[in-house]
Design a protein. Structure first.
Lengths: 136, 136, 136, 136, 136, 136, 136, 136, 136, 136, 136, 136
């Protein structure tokens, strides 16, 4: 079982589309997924904490919290679940305050700049890391 | 035809393995690939410049040059070929000078922390962006 | 219809007084107002997001969040409703960390240092901008 | 009697328009106004110094001097006349050197981003502060 | 009556243990205690605001929020209840971003590095300050 | 046997009072204490070095040296005796240069802002750490 | 008609010499020139503002004002006359505060380090840009 | 004999055009020129070192290397040949990292922002400095 | 003959008093003095330039210009008249931007914090330096 | 009685000369002086502490300790004796680390750049402040 | 066998002299040496990489590359051959950008300021470390 | 006669061993040595001052004082005896505050990272510089 959390600030439709795409991909690997979205830093922290021992991977788009939420960072570190940081846009092309990710040092890796496709790439990265440790 | 350039500072064997893996993946998409490796900033600059109008995508692991080679940055911008920045390790877990990428703002996106698998992920990102613009 | 949100950390009484004053002012212009107060960054983000396409203006006193909440900033930018930043005190007379507003670059303008009167001034600024585009 | 000084670097016409608008507003409150415009930091300093004990309020658009003229700052502090800092544009949307105002800490408050309307808003802020101390 | 708030991100068991230890200590001084834990910055802010006029002291472990939550800082300053900042670990041995506490300037004092014992030390500090003003 | 060193820049009387208070506390635990005070960085360094293998704990108020004496830091690290950093005032409420402690990273913990009581708290912290390792 | 303004802080003689040299050069191109020198930032600002719509080019040696006069910068931007920044000395060989030019971003280009000859070079740059757009 | 080196990263055609223009200009002064272009920092360093005692002047467009190549800086200083730094664009209008030139302090002067014409201006600056020392 | 220039932003009376005191002191040494006061940076620059070859010393209170007027700095350096920097207040007890003097490096020395007496001390410093080179 | 302490790192002879000069000056005012010189920060701290309630003024040349000895700063503040900071050289003409004085904010004033004469000027400043409070 | 690489930017003669001196020294220890010099960062990187498993020590004068070549740093770290950093001049007496060595953290040690003798000292350091581990 | 001062914070035994090793080396060159060790910055300053005109060289391990003791720096500069800075460890591999040496700019050179052997290398550097000026 693998946990995936698309945490964004996108409107209903496109969030649904991401979920559908990831779910379709998940079926190929026969894994169960769960989606969670919230504007609240505290709810995100609680959800990530609750993943400890339950999920085998997290895909996290922390949106604006990426750049200052040390609470999220500590939650990721405490959860001890491999977490992949996803950004829809290339954050390095934007304002300089978006070039800093306080969660990056506690994540497995970062994928940014590939739009919605980033979630699929991140999902596969989690899958293949489990199937083919040689590559990783 | 799609260009791919694994530019690293790895020894022969593993570089070959990366090439093989990417080539295998490329066959599935029926695209031609080319590999280039050099320790010389100038040769990397020249190679990237030569891709203009010839290749449809670049996978670039710029190694240590990532962090200071403005010449590489200008070459990427001048080549006008979609370029994906790959790092084998999670550069945000390492020394603080590795947290800055001078090439990131002119690349399409960044993938880091997934070991050799990063090249495969980057290859698919280039492929799918061409096949399925909706996702991107 | 014009939206107004006095988001502060003031006790019940004075918050009521601000609301009454703004409402009285609003009657002169014949516009409907709505008030929202929360200590939660996430609730503020959600409320501002919900204004998109519903309100024609926002008066925002983001209190301490002014200085670090990039999530609020992104919500304001995404809402695409003209937003006026209000501060009761002159933040430039206080600690240096209060001299930086991360939301200012996405607001229409800033009014600070005029106490409760700032809300009235902000309300008129929104009104007159709509009535008299020449001045603005 | 209330002093107002539109100090800008705008051409003749629009400066006249601002003066007319403020004067019209001033008539409603039955107060006398005076206008002063100069490109010279020294003349601005002298004018502000001369307001001490003569005027009851200053509306100051210090233009580019906002960002470095400590001489203006000292003049405002020495004049001991409530001064309101006006900026036609939202300075926080512009170059980073315009985000710092060396005069803000000695002014009553700041109004920026409302175009010419800012002068009217500032005028009313001065008026109402005198009429209705409760609000301030 | 004295208020105490162990606000941490620890699992259930050890949080209970802290509560028991502090309660046992509190009985010696014949004071009433209350415990509050939340991952939400907004709830923490609201709780601290609600202590005004009700409690005589706060023991606060703000966790990651210590380092950036100006909202918590303002809540502590507004509550006007003597607050002691507790950190289980020695924050000065950890990452440099943990060396800055934005709440320290509005707290009575800071105790860090003594594990769970820090809560007991902080409790006694609050007690003895009330019993023996000469020492403080 | 436990070593305690109240190193301050206080006048004779209050230093005596601190010593008496700590000594009275020490009798409860049946431990021997020794006091040392000096204005000389070199003497402080030598004294701390001499504690190696002799004392079981140090209470250190390094006064102004806290903020720049790397020599003290190295002495503490070399002594390998658990050291608690005490500050009578809350250093985070004072000038910004006092917010940095160069010795904190090599101390067991820090207690500041509790006046003379800080020494008693620090003493108990050392005692209880020895008696009750579970709490620490 | 082309405007040229040698604004320096040089004594009479050499200033005359510069004027003569530039005038001689101007005759070859059959253009009219005007010279302006002032120690007053305000006069320089006013003069540059007055060039709008009158002159076709400005050679500006802003001397010490180069490094801090945002007022000059704004005047150049408002004048909308191509302006060339001239420095007699190589400012990059001098004190570090002279390495920053606040006017450079609004000038056409910069010529420094060539002594009096810089004015001639700047004059030709203005001329040839008009005569031979291909080169520019 | 005067050495000139147009070192750029421009395509073949326009580089030829620059060479032709400079050569035509050189004929007027009856001096011999040599052109060198390379993407390699090391080759540029070697070429500049080889100019020592052979050429009487260098026109150097160091492209991206301008901003970080201390090796180029040391080569220029060691060559002891008057060197003029040329930039086709106004580097002060671009990204902030391009505002710093590590080679400027060892060059005779800098010319930037005049497009291809910059090479001609630089050539004349070298020529006239030799012919007319009074101007320089 | 010795020149002295009390350049301040003080009202008429006390400026007169300073002049009288310095003049009385000057009579003891039988030297002629001249006083100059202006709010205009440009007039101060011109006056100081005009001292070259005329006066033997300058007492300069540059007020707020102390902290940013590189034009004044260059004027002092160009005048080549020994200049003593006077500040009535101790600028190091005030805001941090007043701790920097851009003119200090080109002055003979600095006297600050002694109120009006500073002018007398500065005058004697100039006198005695001429009479008794051994002391200096 | 007035205390004076020439604390320098000068050889025996010139230190004697300074003492003689100050003593001669002191006789004119009929005050007793005492001289103290030490290379030890701790001894300087102790001496300054001992001046509390004994001397009416201190002339302090803290040499290199000026730039980092917070211990000296605290001693001056604790002594509550008016202290004048003397520097033989103009510290603002030297290395940038000498431009910062950590003791300046707790001194009455600063005199620097006048060689040995600085001690005489400082002595008179102390004397006249006592005799003629109007001037100060 | 011990490898030694004098990598400098010196002319032929003195490089030969260094080689001769080191070779003479090497004969005393009966070890084989090899010399390599290049202006190309890439060639230096390749050479250092090729030392892995072949040489037992490297003497490296990286010249200007010392200050920015992260590629060299990574090559040294990857080669896993003890490397000693040599600088002919005392880099700490020169421009501030030369005070930073990006390769120092991956070298065994640094020797600078002893001219050509530095190579001999470095050679002996490598030798004696092998012969006499106690000293190291 | 050559002076050598091993100033460390090492225990008795290893300090003796260093002294013995250096003394043995010194006998080969027939020079007299003297050893000095102190924890006191002031004593170190005094000792170095006393070397002026007496010793021909100093080997200085300033320990922690390396990083902040401007007093030591001034003593070395005043002593005018060639001084070699020794560090047993490679300070560039340690905490970033140890990467700065305030004494390096006034020393002849620096040797670090070679353990106790550094003293022998430093001794030989001093010797050979005197015997063989060509190498230096």
């Amino acid at each position: 079982m693998l946990g995936k959390r698309e945490i964004g600030i996108y409107g209903g439709l496109s969030l649904d589309q991401i979920c559908s795409s990831v779910e379709a991909e998940a079926k190929k690997y026969n894994v169960r997924t769960e989606f969670f979205q919230s504007n609240s830093e505290g709810e995100l922290v609680s959800y990530i904490q609750s993943c400890r021992g339950t999920f085998e991977g997290i895909l996290l788009n922390a949106g604006a919290y990426t750049h200052y939420s040390i609470a999220l960072r500590d939650a990721i570190a405490a959860a001890e679940v491999p977490t992949i940081e996803i950004h829809v846009s290339n954050i390095y092309k934007r304002e300089s305050f978006r070039h800093v990710s306080v969660i990056a040092p506690v994540c497995l890796g970062q994928i940014c700049g590939f739009g919605m496709q980033g979630y699929i790439l991140g999902f596969r990265a989690l899958m293949e890391e489990r199937l083919d440790p040689w590559l990783a």
